[in-house]
Design a protein around this ligand. Structure first.
Ligand code: DX5
Ligand code: ZN
Length: 223
């Protein structure tokens, strides 16, 4: 198993001080940033666009940024976020009429491509595009908000996704997003996740470094 990545979701950060928050959470030991793009259409919330990603890059953020598109349609946003400095671009298959084409578009623009699967979305959509995917993001809450409860059926889905990745023989990250905390990170890692997206668990605490350290300590216990 490859190394573990901790990716704080800026959705729970203080938006009025986003650059500082991003710097702070990276200095606290996280590996990358997760940016939640919501459109008040595919999901009932409205967050940020490519300008904010670009602003973070201009501010000096060098770490990889995973842009999680919860927006419809995706193709124009893919191009705009690639230009704005995204490293990974991850979208929900329900948001593209042509999933294979959207994956190609992400890679053509030099980014890593991810598919995000809602709690009720099966793994079948991965079958014919697995060779074009760098990241599978399993949602353990319904997309739209931070601070929701982890949905337990996700653990079985992670195991199945991990099997698919192993069978493919490809270097694909398996991310888990939603309700991840210090007290369940070990369980999801044992189920096969190797990228951990956490919003409220980190940003709602005064000491980000302490949370991230505790998470890494838990990850050392992986079987
Ligand atoms: C939810 C977003 C998540 C969210 C996670 O739609 O995709 O990235 O920020 O927040 P927590 O960790 O608080 O569940
Ligand atoms: Zn997300």
């Amino acid at each position: 198993m490859s190394d573990y990545l901790i990716a704080p979701s800026l959705l729970s950060a203080d938006f009025a001080r986003l650059g500082e928050e991003a710097t702070h959470v990276l200095n606290a030991g996280s590996d990358m940033l997760h940016l939640d793009v919501m459109d008040n259409h595919y999901v009932p919330n409205l967050t940020i666009g490519p300008l904010v990603c670009e602003a973070l890059r201009k501010y000096g953020i060098k770490a990889p940024i995973d842009v999680h598109l919860m927006a419809h349609p995706v193709d124009r946003l893919i191009v705009d976020f690639a230009k704005a400095g995204a490293s990974y671009i991850t979208f929900h298959p329900e948001c593209s009429e042509h999933v294979d084409r959207s994956l190609d578009l992400i890679r053509k623009h030099g980014c890593k491509a991810g598919l995000a699967l809602n709690p009720a979305t099966t793994l079948h959509c991965l079958e014919y595009v697995i060779d074009k995917i760098d990241l599978i993001l399993v949602m353990s809450v319904n997309p739209g908000f931070s601070g929701q409860q982890f949905i337990p059926s996700t653990l079985e889905k992670l195991k199945q996704a991990r099997e698919l990745i192993t069978q493919s023989g490809r270097d694909i990250r398996l991310a888990i997003d939603g309700g991840i905390k210090t007290d369940n990170i070990l369980e999801v890692a044992n189920a096969g996740a190797d990228m951990f997206i956490a919003g409220s668990a980190i940003f709602m605490q005064p000491d980000y470094a302490k949370v991230i350290k505790n998470m890494r300590q838990e990850l050392q216990k992986v079987k």
